[in-house]
Design a protein. Structure first.
Length: 119
C-alpha cells in the first residue's frame, strides 16, 4: 500500500478511499462511522475533530457509544466531560461505565463536580 494513501484509524489502517466513505457515512448519520472518525482524528491528534465526532455519536446512540466517548474524554484528560458521559452510560446500564465511575472516584481525580457544564 502507498503510504500517502493509508491512514491510522483506532487500531487499524484505512485507505484514503475508505476514509472518504466513512466520512460520507458519518455525515449521513451512521454512528459507527462517527466513532471511526473520532478514533482516526484522535490517533492523528486532531482533538477538535475528535470531540466533534465523538459527541455526535454519543448524542445519537446508546450506552456503549456514550461509554466510548467518556473514554475519549478521559484519554484527552478532560475529566469533567469523561465523568459526564460515563455517568450517562452508567445510568443507561453500561456495566463498564459503572466500574469506571467507581474507579474514578476511588483514585480521586481532580475534576469538577458540576457536570451540567459538560453538556
Amino acid at each position: 500500500m502507498d503510504k500517502q494513501r493509508v491512514f491510522f484509524c483506532g487500531n487499524y489502517l484505512i485507505e484514503k478511499r475508505e476514509k472518504s466513505q466513512i466520512k460520507k457515512n458519518a455525515k449521513a448519520g451512521d454512528v459507527k462511522s462517527m466513532l471511526d472518525l473520532a478514533r482516526y482524528y484522535y490517533a492523528n491528534k486532531k482533538i477538535k475533530k475528535t470531540i466533534k465526532y465523538a459527541d455526535l455519536a454519543a448524542l445519537r446512540q446508546g450506552s456503549y457509544t456514550q461509554y466510548e466517548v467518556g473514554i475519549f474524554y478521559f484519554q484527552l484528560e478532560i475529566h469533567y466531560k469523561a465523568v459526564f458521559w460515563l455517568t450517562i452510560a452508567a445510568k443507561n446500564g453500561d456495566l463498564d461505565a459503572i466500574e469506571d465511575i467507581k474507579s474514578i472516584y476511588n483514585i480521586n481525580l481532580n475534576f469538577s463536580n458540576n457536570f451540567k457544564d459538560a453538556a
